[in-house]
Write a protein that binds this ligand. Structure first.
Ligand SMILES: CC(C)(COP(=O)(O)OP(=O)(O)OC[C@H]1O[C@@H](n2cnc3c(N)ncnc32)[C@H](O)[C@@H]1OP(=O)(O)O)[C@@H](O)C(=O)NCCC(=O)NCCS
Length: 215
């Protein structure tokens, strides 16, 4: 297997949406919205097209990562620009081979070259600690709802960049998915069975519940 990481091109759009759907289907909840998210994200003003990458194996797209620019609203009432990525997806049969880590590490270097100082995301700390993320609470950064949430994770691209950014992270409007539009969009893809009660869904619910007020 010779994985190549390259920029996403317009001709890849449908294939990337399919990869995303395959990766996320039934993962967090029955079905998924992430392929719709990918579809609308490319037209969002917050989208960072310079960080839109795919992983390719023998001309087949097997993974992708996309970023938006957003901010931390500081306790000092200043806005601190940061990046957020997601979705990051790898086809199920290609998972656990280092492709997700490669996509993240590759784009982190480019993000730093572009002048970005930090990345904040919501995700499973057990995976993201492998690629340089720590709990955002380390930097006194909480959610928009002013809680410390275990899945809110941060990665400095420039050492010390988050030291003076205490505040609340704004994930971005793009992640507030219109379920009806997402369901309608999904009809463009092959029918897939929705399944509930999977271990990954239980883990997701467990992670979501892990938060406490930020004082
Ligand atoms: C998460 C994802 C992008 C990682 O990509 P990947 O190519 O499988 O990751 P890597 O091969 O670089 O790393 C795999 C390792 O991370 C671990 N890992 C992956 N997801 C994990 C999770 N949610 N929790 C804990 N460990 C996880 C794997 O068990 C594996 O461990 P091992 O090397 O000890 O076997 C990919 O698995 C995926 O698309 N998953 C479904 C969608 C998803 O959850 N996306 C992220 C949303 S926050």
């Amino acid at each position: 297997m010779n994985i190549i990481i390259r920029k996403e091109q317009e001709k890849d759009y449908k294939e990337v949406e399919t990869v995303t759907r395959e990766a996320f289907w039934n993962h967090h909840s029955p079905g998924c919205d992430e392929h719709y998210l990918v579809h609308i994200m490319r037209n969002s003003p917050a989208f960072v097209k310079e960080l839109d990458y795919v992983a390719v194996d023998d001309n087949r797209i097997v993974g992708n990562i996309m970023y938006i620019e957003t901010y931390i609203f500081g306790d000092d009432n200043k806005k601190y620009p940061v990046l957020c990525f997601g979705p990051v997806s790898v086809l199920p049969e290609y998972q656990g081979k280092g492709i997700g880590s490669k996509l993240i590490e590759h784009t982190k270097i480019i993000a730093k070259d572009l002048g970005y100082k930090a990345i904040l995301i919501f995700g499973d700390p057990e995976f993201y600690k492998r690629v340089g993320f720590v709990g955002a609470q380390t930097y006194s950064i909480g959610t928009w709802q002013n809680t410390y949430a275990v899945p809110l994770l941060a990665c400095e691209l420039v050492a010390g960049a988050l030291a003076e950014c205490k505040g609340r992270f704004f994930e971005g409007e793009i992640y507030e998915i219109d379920k009806e539009k997402s369901e309608a969009f999904d009809k463009n893809f092959a029918l897939k069975e929705k399944v509930s009660g999977l271990p990954s869904q239980k883990r997701f619910l467990e992670l979501v519940s892990m938060n406490k007020p930020r004082l």
